[in-house]
Every structure is written in structure tokens, then in C-alpha cells.
Design a protein. Structure first.
Length: 429
């Protein structure tokens, strides 16, 4: 989980990606022991120079670790040469206990290619003639940076990583404050449950209110209700952590469905659910479980179309809610525009601007997503499946389905049936 990492991996990756894209140089994120966590462009992981010259990769790792220690000693940036005489510069990334990682830029040349071959490879390193052709081909990938520019780039990286460190530090403090507040609310609710005279029943009303808050992207209210759900789960499970994780996953699935209902992309929501199911297995204590699900819930809400920031928030929200409820009916752009009191032309432009899709494309997308579940029912004919989701013409339904999925409805049904049969079929012993 990101909040438990020693440094903010996501921010480090964004910083390295942006620096590489802006400069054309390779950027590598690695931990304090030299393990590469991310690389963009031609960096140390891509470079084959040491291997082609017969040098051990450990030499390169030790050089980069030394570069990081020197950067710490000299105030956060350091320019140095690798084992092959190529240039690098580095800035450390701060974690909760000092430097935990680094962003390294390079390798690159600061001298002309022919000078490097003649002086560094031939004279200083005494590279055998038979190895030179392969090294020269590899050098075609190594960029050149003029010496007077390198210092400026090193400063730019230092300032970028400095911003990253400040943001990461602020985030950690906020996460600690949020975690303390969450724990306090959960503890208070558990104490309330203990004070009741009879075992509490499952809080269906609280669950329903939570899902409504998720649909409306009301984070403060969703957090309050989630804390109550946590309190009930932990109280009712009586210390059974595995049981608590099972109930939490059930809640996660319901939250993802609410996000879909609010207009979130179904494929994206399902992908996130699968990812979070895997992450859930790695959690080992109640505190991390609480904070983890809070982050998951916020991620789902962030994936929902951000209506409050849209110029025509109420129009788009009302339209999407209506389409999700009436996709099986005959719905036209003109009818929808009339419902939200806009002219068809203006509504069409607003809808495309705020959702990124035309009205008809969005409606077809909703219909196709709902048709997938219907197609899994073998008894329903293709013609009937098309009509059930609002298509009057089977051939047009097939055309639209293939456009969105890449396969025809019949191929989709056959493929899914084969998968299901394979899952049900017992393994041979």
C-alpha cells in the first residue's frame, strides 16, 4: 500500500517520467540499496555498456550508491561518472527515516562520441578491439549533453525532487492525522455498540446511506458512515481478523457497484476490484485495514465523473443517472435535452465537452455493458438481448457490440461460456 511505503512511489514515478520526457534523458527511480523500481528512457537498466565491456553490474550499483551518499553530503545533488566513464547526476528522495530512494539521470555523454571512443574506451580502459564494434553500436543509444547544460539540469532535478519530498512529507503528516481521526471515530462507535443491551443487527440503513454518499461523491459523509461500518464489523467479528477482511471485501464490492451506478467506467471499476482483492490479502492488522479501505473508497469516488468541477454539473449528472436507469427505452438526444431544459445543439456540445463522448456513443456504451450480462444467459436469443438493452435492430446491435468489445455478441457468449465451463470442470488427478 502506498501509504505504508517509506516514500511516495507514485510521486517519484511521476517526477522521473516528467523529467525524462522534458529532457530526453533516461531517469531511474531506485531504492537506497540500488534496486531499480522504475525507469523511463535510456537509463541504467537499459544500458548494456558494462556488460559488453565485461564489467560486473555490481560495480555500477556501487557507483550509484556512492553517488547518492555524495549527493546527501553535498546538499541534495551530485554529478559523477559511472564505471564506463559515462555521466550521471542524482538527487535523493526522502522517506520517513532519511534518504530512502533516489532519482538518477543518465547515462549520457559530455564529450563528442569519437573523443569518448578514442580517449575513454581505447586509451584509459584498454577495451580490446574485438569488443569495440558492439560498444560503438550501443553508444548510438547514449544521448549527448553539453557540459555547460549538465549543472543546470542537475539543479532542475534537485528542485523537482525537493518539491516531491515536501509533498510526500505533507501527505504523510496528513495521512497520520486522518488515520488518528478514523481510529477515534471507530473506537467511539464500538464503545457505543458495547453499551447496548442486546447484540446489534447488521446496519443495512447505514450501508445504504454509505453507498448513496459514494454515488454522490460526498467524501466526508462517506467517511463517517464507513467508520460506523468498520466499527460494526470489528465488533461483530470479535477479533477474527480473517472474518473482518471477508466482510470488508463484501463492502468493497458494494462500493464499486455504487461507483458504476454513478457513472464510473465498469471495466475500470472491475479491474480495480480485482487489484484490491489481491492487495487485501497482504494486510495483516486492523489499523492498516481501516486506512486501506478508506483509500480504496476515495479512489472509487475519484474515478466517478467529477460532476462538481464540471461547468454543467447538474445537467451531466442528471443525464447520466437517467441513461443508467432508462437505457432499455427509446431515448433520443432531443428528449434528453428537453428533460434538462437545454436546446439539443447546446446539450450535445455540453455533453461531449464534459464526458468526452457524444451522447449516442455514451448511450451505446451503457447499453453494451448491460448486454454482456444478458448474453451469459444461454436461453435468451440474440434478437431478444438486443431489444432488452434498447436496440431495435439486431444487426446494428452486433455492429455496435463489436465496435466496443472487438468481438461479435455470439463470439462473446461462446468465449464466456467456455471460460465458465472450464472453471466448473474439475481438475484431472
Amino acid at each position: 500500500m502506498e501509504q505504508n511505503q517509506a516514500f511516495d512511489h507514485r510521486l517519484a514515478v511521476e517526477c522521473a517520467s516528467a523529467f525524462s520526457a522534458a529532457t530526453g534523458l533516461g531517469c531511474t527511480v531506485s531504492d537506497k540499496d540500488g534496486a531499480i523500481l522504475f525507469e523511463k528512457g535510456y537509463g541504467c537498466a537499459s544500458c548494456r555498456m558494462c556488460g559488453l565491456a565485461g564489467l560486473k553490474h555490481e560495480n555500477c550499483i556501487q557507483t550509484h550508491i556512492y553517488g547518492m551518499s555524495e549527493a546527501e553530503r553535498f546538499g541534495g545533488k551530485y554529478i559523477y561518472f559511472g564505471p564506463m566513464g559515462l555521466t550521471f547526476f542524482v538527487s535523493p528522495i526522502l522517506g520517513s527515516e532519511g534518504s530512502e530512494a533516489k532519482i538518477t539521470v543518465g547515462p549520457f555523454l559530455m564529450v563528442e562520441l569519437q573523443d569518448y571512443i578514442a580517449c575513454d574506451l581505447k586509451e584509459q580502459m584498454k577495451i580490446p578491439e574485438e569488443k569495440l564494434p558492439a560498444l560503438c553500436r550501443e553508444l548510438e543509444n547514449v544521448p549527448f549533453v553539453a557540459p555547460d547544460i549538465v549543472s543546470h539540469l542537475s539543479t532542475l532535478l534537485f528542485m523537482s525532487v525537493g518539491f516531491l519530498n515536501n509533498v510526500s512529507s505533507s501527505n504523510r503528516m496528513l495521512e497520520t492525522q486522518d488515520s488518528d481521526a478514523i481510529q477515534g471515530q471507530i473506537t467511539a462507535y464500538i464503545q457505543y455498540l458495547k453499551s447496548t443491551n442486546e447484540p446489534p443487527r447488521y446496519p443495512f440503513a447505514t450501508e445504504k446511506a454509505l453507498l448513496q454518499a459514494v454515488e454522490h461523491a460526498d467524501k466526508p459523509e462517506a467517511q463517517r458512515l464507513l467508520n460506523e461500518m468498520f466499527g460494526f464489523i470489528f465488533f461483530s467479528q470479535s477479533g477474527d481478523f480473517d472474518g473482518a477482511k471477508s466482510r470488508v471485501y463484501e463492502l468493497l464490492v458494494l462500493i464499486s457497484r455504487s461507483a458504476i451506478q454513478a457513472g464510473g467506467d465498469p471495466e475500470e471499476m472491475l479491474r480495480l476490484s480485482q487489484q484490491y482483492l489481491h492487495d487485501l490479502g497482504n494486510l495483516s492488522d486492523i489499523d492498516s485495514l481501516c486506512f486501506w479501505l478508506t483509500g480504496v473508497m476515495n479512489t472509487f469516488m475519484d474515478r466517478i465523473f467529477n460532476y462538481r468541477n464540471a461547468k454543467h454539473a447538474s445537467v451531466i449528472h442528471q443525464s447520466i443517472q437517467y441513461l443508467n436507469a432508462h437505457y432499455s427505452e427509446h431515448v433520443t438526444l432531443e428528449q434528453m435535452a428537453q428533460l434538462v431544459f437545454l436546446s439539443p445543439a447546446y446539450f450535445s456540445r455540453v455533453f461531449k465537452q464534459e464526458t468526452g463522448l457524444s451522447f449516442n456513443t455514451y448511450l451505446n456504451k451503457v447499453r453494451i455493458e448491460h448486454s454482456k450480462a444478458i448474453l451469459l444467459k444461454q436461453s435468451i436469443r440474440l434478437t431478444d438481448a438486443a431489444m432488452l438493452v434498447g436496440f431495435e435492430d439486431q444487426s446494428y446491435f452486433t455492429k455496435v457490440f463489436k465496435k466496443f468489445t472487438g468481438v461479435t455478441p455470439l463470439h462473446y457468449r461462446a468465449a464466456r461460456m467456455n471460460v465458465n465451463e472450464g472453471e466448473k470442470r474439475p481438475e484431472k488427478t
